[in-house]
Design a protein around this ligand. Structure first.
Ligand code: NAP
Ligand code: GDD
Length: 347
């Protein structure tokens, strides 16, 4: 049977890596592209052109998961055998600024996809939902696994919790093959510039090039379980190949602070950072130049994070044979070097 994938959020970090993986595996790839006032296919355009040269199917459709008619049209056009839902307002802090929009896309959008799937997708079509460690939020235990209690603490997390349950409900009620990948933070040189890792590497590269003075951040003692996005994509695909649909925690099982990320990245960029002051007055000075390059801006503070989000991915290891390989140090180095090159290239 021809394998036909439909990817929502195809222009995002994960969508772009999954596109490459599925094309390599010989899939026809179809993607939903949200209309924007500027060209926003930067992460996938080269791949699309190369696929077309090879004669592979790689089609993009304008659509939006808040628009049911666009989803129905696309489903009946491309008749997917696998659907990967990445479309989301994916920024936790911004979900407090846009709570209703976030809920419509991240919660109701998933329901719309599942409903469209019942009527327009081919028999046996499988569904992957991009779920998140933000479901756990202030959960009472660390590390978290598939049985840990949920306690989301943002409109983003609450909307994703609805999505998690509706996917599970459609699996149980209609018998569809639908999986929740409960993924912890995963990063790469393709990460959006307002997530903390990429904000750090991109800003340090700009500071190095004299194009920015200071990097302003919120809580630099916050900890995250950071993995490499390209490796996390592989396990999403594995979930849909497994006969039994299920939900999996995907994580490295290791946490690091934002401060550690800054220290490693700044050393790679050629800075020698030392910290002075406390709380909002804390600053990072480059000993070599004497310049302040990091400052705290309370604007970027989040509500108190009581629980350390750290995932236990032993079920994915046991059932799917997956485990992460890239270390924290390698991830920081990869991202920092990519941004130094990017800024150097003047693109
Ligand atoms: P991302 O880079 O922000 O990509 C999200 C994509 O969704 C973008 O292409 C965006 O389109 C698209 N989108 C947003 N609203 C849409 C709508 N209404 N209709 C159709 N498309 C829409 O996010 P990511 O890092 O690749 O993450 C992929 C998914 O995994 C997201 O659902 C995210 O919440 C979830 N997740 C991510 C992580 C992580 O650490 N990266 C961890 C756990 C879960 P534009 O390009 O036009 O903005
Ligand atoms: N974005 C941002 N900007 N975060 C900052 C900053 C800043 O200036 N300063 C400190 N942080 C801290 C945040 O408080 C948080 O504790 C941590 O850095 C990571 O923030 P983000 O990179 O924005 O990621 P996130 O953990 O909130 O959300 C990401 O991961 C989730 C999975 O756990 C997103 O990709 C979500 O879509 C995803 O579900």
């Amino acid at each position: 049977m021809r394998k036909i994938a439909l990817i929502t959020g195809i222009n995002g970090q994960d969508g772009s890596y999954l596109t490459e993986l599925l094309l390599e595996k010989g899939y026809d790839v179809h993607g939903i592209d949200r209309r924007s006032s500027q060209f926003n296919r930067g992460r996938i355009e080269d791949t699309r052109q190369e696929a077309q040269k090879r004669g592979q199917v790689f089609e993009l459709y304008y659509g939006d998961i808040s628009d049911f008619s666009s989803i129905c049209r696309i489903f009946s056009n491309c008749k997917p055998t696998e659907i990967y839902n990445f479309a989301s307002q994916s920024h936790v802090a911004i979900s407090f600024e846009e709570p209703a929009h976030t809920t419509d896309v991240n919660a109701n959008g998933v329901l719309r996809l599942l409903e469209a799937m019942r009527y327009f997708a081919v028999e046996g079509c499988r569904f992957y939902q991009a779920s998140t460690s933000e479901l756990f939020g202030n959960a009472p235990e660390t590390p978290q696994n598939e049985n840990s209690p949920f306690h989301p603490r943002s409109p983003y997390g609450v909307a994703k919790l609805y999505a998690y349950w509706i996917v599970k409900n459609y699996r149980e009620h209609y018998g569809i093959h639908a999986c929740n990948g409960i993924l912890y933070n995963h990063e790469s040189p393709r990460r959006g510039e307002n997530f903390v890792t990429r904000k750090i590497t991109y800003s340090l590269a700009r500071i190095k090039a004299g194009r920015q003075d200071v990097l302003k951040l919120g809580n630099i003692d916050a900890q995250r379980d950071w993995g490499f996005a390209k490796e996390y994509i592989e396990v999403m695909w594995k979930m849909l190949q497994n006969e039994q649909a299920d939900d999996y925690v995907i994580a490295t099982g290791e946490t690091h602070t934002v401060r550690e990320f800054i220290e490693k990245a700044s050393a790679i960029a050629g800075f020698d950072i030392e910290w002075e002051g406390k709380g909002v007055e804390e600053k990072g000075r480059d000993k070599k130049s004497g310049n302040i390059i990091v400052e705290i801006d309370p604007k970027f503070y989040r509500p108190e994070e009581k629980t350390i989000l750290c995932g236990d991915a032993s079920k994915a290891k046991r059932v799917l044979g997956w485990k992460p390989k890239t270390t924290f140090g390698q991830l920081v180095e990869m991202m920092m070097k990519a941004d130094l090159e990017l800024i150097d290239s003047g693109k």
